[in-house]
Design a binder for this molecule. Structure first.
Ligand SMILES: Cc1ncc(COP(=O)(O)O)c(C=O)c1O
Length: 411
């Protein structure tokens, strides 16, 4: 079943305390990792250790705790730089998550560079986080948003993508992995096509960073964003990668402490260099440190091993789910991550999700913050099962058995 024979999923599960719990009298089957992944002891402990032993505000402190906290905080930035293969640590800006990172780019680079006659290209598979910030800005500035549609398997329509590039867009934004369909986009190719057309490229990496090796230098994009909580880290923290020369040219975003070089009532206030220019106020220090611990944990297991495990789970889930009469899977692209969206004829996704919860099985139902995609598919939403490093084949069996049971109850 699992070609990844050295992968010890049971040992991994023992590192996740939450997986021991029961829900509604059944062992928890957590199939909602695309919404947020569970946390290993190493991540939980890193926060406890920091809060118990060396909490202090960071930067500029002369005392020992401030120095230790600063070293741990900046050490996490370097861990992230190295893991994603960015050139400079200054290119890694801490944000509160993917949504925050996209809003930062819209509010700074976007506001400074997009004009009424600009064109921004998005795709039909974007999460609302990579649609709405651009819409809000377009309502203000008046630029046009062009949308690349999908093929029936949920992959990007490349012919249409090429046609949009002929419009010479100023900005092209796309997700690395679709949170609803699981499609993995060929981001290196898309980036080069968009940059050759003269565009700046922003990639939403929220669903890629937990599952596949992301090499920013190789991809060559201008901006890349992700969230720690989907990568086994805490909520409320994420990062924006930006090419240094772009970050240096961008105006600041939020004003406050840390982002300044010098503040004056008499002269013009001047701003700090990246990344601090974009990090106003006291950051989420414990979460940043735990984000670093989460990346260390992923590297201990091995991102390639996690990917292989999840690929095997996805193939198995497709096979098993398709045996259920009336079940249709949305998203069957060849390159696909561990996300399986489906509907069963005659059942509403939220009824199915509620009955699965009665059996201890956590799935997500609804539009998954991809309403434009649902509109195009002409469906109200889907049931989505999503996998992580700790997901087992037995849990997929539990899901299929649970669906069969629920469908009988609903018909
Ligand atoms: C593809 C994608 N983009 C963006 C987001 C938003 O992430 P966050 O809520 O952590 O900002 C998500 C979250 O589900 C996502 O799946």
């Amino acid at each position: 079943m699992n070609e990844n024979s050295k992968y010890d999923v049971e040992a991994i599960r023992r590192e996740f305390p939450i997986l021991e719990r029961e829900v509604n009298g059944f062992p928890l089957v957590y199939l909602d990792s695309a919404a947020s992944a569970q946390k290993p002891v190493a991540v939980i402990e890193s926060q406890r250790e920091y809060l118990s032993h060396f909490h202090s505000n960071i930067h500029r402190g002369v005392h020992t705790l401030a120095t230790q906290a600063t070293e741990a905080f900046e050490g996490a930035r370097e861990t992230i730089r190295s893991h994603f293969n960015a050139t400079y640590t200054a290119e890694i800006i801490f944000t509160s998550g993917t949504t925050d990172g996209i809003n930062l780019v819209a509010g700074t680079w976007g506001r400074a560079n997009l004009k009424p006659d600009s064109i921004v290209v998005l795709t039909r598979m974007e999460h609302h986080s990579n649609i709405v910030p651009w819409q809000i800005l377009s309502y203000e500035i008046g630029f046009k948003i062009e949308v690349v549609e999908l093929l029936t398997d949920g992959s990007l329509n490349m012919k249409e993508f090429m046609e949009k590039m002929e419009l010479s867009p100023d900005l092209v934004c796309f997700t690395h992995v679709s949170n609803t369909l699981g499609t993995i986009n060929d981001v290196k190719k898309l980036t080069s096509l968009a940059q050759n057309a003269g565009a700046i490229v922003l990639i939403d990496g929220a669903q890629a960073a937990p599952h596949i090796k992301v090499d920013l230098l190789d991809i060559g994009c201008d901006f890349y964003v992700a969230s720690a909580h989907k990568m086994y880290g805490p909520t409320g923290i994420g990062f924006l990668y930006g090419r240094l020369e772009l970050l240096e040219a961008m105006p600041p975003w939020r004003g406050g402490g840390e982002m300044i070089a010098s503040v004056s009532f008499e002269d013009r206030t001047t701003f700090n260099v990246p990344p601090y220019k974009f990090e106003a106020g006291t950051p989420n220090i414990s979460a940043v440190i735990a984000f670093g611990a989460a990346i260390d944990w992923m590297n201990k297991v091995g991102i390639e091993s996690i990917s292989m495990h999840e690929q095997a789970l996805t193939r198995y889930a497709h096979n098993e789910l398709l045996k259920i009469p009336g079940l249709k899977i949305y998203g069957t692209a060849k390159e696909k991550a561990g996300v399986v969206s489906f509907l069963v004829k005659g059942t509403h996704p939220s009824d199915l999700g509620t009955l699965l919860d009665q059996l201890g099985i956590a799935v997500r139902t609804g539009h998954h913050c991809t309403e434009p995609l649902m509109t195009k598919l002409e469906i109200p939403g889907t049931v989505r099962a999503s996998f992580a490093a700790y997901t087992t084949f037995a849990e997929i069996d539990a899901l299929t058995a649970g669906i069969n049971r629920a469908v009988k109850m609903l018909n």
